[in-house]
Design a protein around this ligand. Structure first.
Ligand code: 5CA
Length: 444
């Protein structure tokens, strides 16, 4: 892809309406465009990043045995009346009437709809557990949409739902998602900490928010610093191992402000380990037993012949919010340098030729390298504009393409100037460069 033919509307300066760095950068490099309050179009650069994040989320869901489905964005009010949430949900729900005057709504979440799908087909404990997920647009008419796609009205979410025969099995499902979330965020190079959280309009009594630290985050958190040293390393998808993993995290005090208890915090955490700061909620998991299965009558036959309501949980990841969250975590605002994790970068490599008038040789060389790299499936963009090299490098530092090949005076003979964003360039052969990039692909 040549940048001259691509739709990447870069702005010269930071847009004044954006208050936080992710919003600024996303507008600056043309990843999104606001269409109305809290509603955005995703332009090619932003859409590519979001799709790559979505794929990682999907792979980690599949690994724990969750099955992907697709539900409609528009739902009927009937099932929401059955669960009793039609009135409870309030103004955040966008309510619509169709031409027959039927009450419809744009789904803010899908507990009711998925329970209806479940109850129509699953009748026996033998078919459990069922873990279903979808990756879909949701709409919440937020009172105060802000910070670009971080808190918007239409957003892209992975939402999963578990159905189990009893509490013990349901907690096993909960813990599978707990592990899956730690792994997902690690692949995105984020440190997301699970914190005991309130359940809000989703309901239930067990819940964790996964939070990444950021000054601009909207969640206030109180935590024991030692939780940052933990990892999911060595945990298997097996009951005891998963229970151990959750206990390992839960041994350290770590909560959002709704759950904060000053006395407990000061008793359990020594002064030097206390951390009170802000963070971004990138995921949220809930266990709510039969809160929805009971009113919606989703029951299965048990082994002894009796019937019981299934025990459910739901598990969300803000896929579109993650695009902003990664920027908040990785963007160096002062030097205007962004480096996307290789696994989700809009392009993996940029080829930046120094182009002189009346001399096409560097552009030809760039195109030849591009074609060669295509065979290795390396996602590459060529800057074919006639800007000088330093402004090309600056531009790609801002876009955050993690690697650059610079074809200028220093790329001579068999070697090319190869640069990792934010580091000093090296002279390497094309084979050496391919080796480095392939290794990063495998790692991901
Ligand atoms: N059905 C449950 C499953 S977890 C649910 O809806 N949970 S939620 O309300 O916590 O949302 C899940 C995730 O979606 C959040 O953790 C957050 O990352 C993302 N999210 C929620 N509201 C917004 C919003 N207004 N803008 C962007 N992302 C959002």
């Amino acid at each position: 892809m040549y940048i001259s033919k691509s739709f990447i509307p870069i702005l010269k300066n930071n847009p004044s309406e954006a208050k936080i760095k992710s919003h600024q950068l996303m507008l600056r490099v043309g990843m999104i465009k606001q269409s109305s309050t809290g509603i955005y179009s995703w332009l090619p650069l932003g859409f590519k990043v979001m799709k790559k994040i979505e794929q990682i989320v999907r792979e980690e869901q599949n690994k724990i045995g969750a099955q992907e489905i697709l539900m409609p964005t528009i739902q009927s009010s009937e099932i929401w009346k059955e669960s009793g949430r039609y009135d409870d949900y309030g103004d955040e729900m966008l309510r619509i009437k169709d031409r027959q005057d039927r009450e419809m709504l744009y789904g803010p979440t899908n507990e009711e709809l998925v329970t209806d799908i479940f109850r129509s087909s699953i009748k026996s404990y033998k078919s459990l557990p069922q873990l279903l997920y979808h990756i879909q647009w949701k709409f919440r008419d937020e009172v105060r949409p802000r910070f670009g796609i971080m808190r918007c009205r239409e957003f892209y979410m992975k939402d999963a739902y578990s159905f189990d025969v009893n509490d013990t099995e349901a907690l096993f499902s909960y813990n599978k998602f707990f592990l899956s979330y730690l792994k997902t965020f690690k692949r995105l190079e984020l440190t997301a900490i699970p914190m005991a959280a309130d359940t809000g309009p989703i309901g239930g009594n067990l819940s964790h928010e996964f939070i990444i630290l950021a000054e601009t985050g909207e969640s206030k958190i109180f935590t024991d610093k030692r939780i940052f040293d933990l990892s999911s390393e060595g945990s298997d998808i097996e009951k005891n191992s998963l229970e151990k993993l959750r206990k390992k995290y839960e041994q350290f005090y770590s909560v959002t402000d709704e759950k904060f208890n000053k006395e407990k915090f000061e008793k359990e955490v020594t002064k030097e380990n206390r951390l009170i700061t802000k963070g971004i909620e990138v995921g949220h998991i809930f266990y709510f037993g039969d809160k929805y299965s009971k009113p919606l009558n989703a029951a299965v036959d048990l082994a002894g012949g009796k019937k019981d309501f299934v025990k459910m949980g739901s598990y969300g990841i803000g896929v579109s919010r993650l695009v902003g969250a990664i920027i908040e975590a990785k963007y160096n605002e002062k030097d205007e340098i962004m480096k996307w994790p290789f696994s989700v970068a809009p392009y993996e490599l940029a080829i930046l030729p120094m182009i002189n008038k009346n001399d096409n040789s560097t552009l030809e060389k760039a195109t030849k390298i591009f074609k060669h790299l295509e065979k290795y499936d390396i996602d590459t963009i060529i800057d074919d504009t006639d800007e000088n090299l330093s402004s090309k490098i600056k531009k790609f530092n801002l876009i955050g393409v993690p690697y650059q090949i610079i074809i200028g005076k220093k790329s001579e003979g068999d070697t090319l100037e190869f640069k990792e964003v934010g580091k000093e360039p090296k002279n390497l052969t094309i084979d050496q460069i391919i080796k480095i990039l392939i290794k990063l692909k495998i790692k991901n």
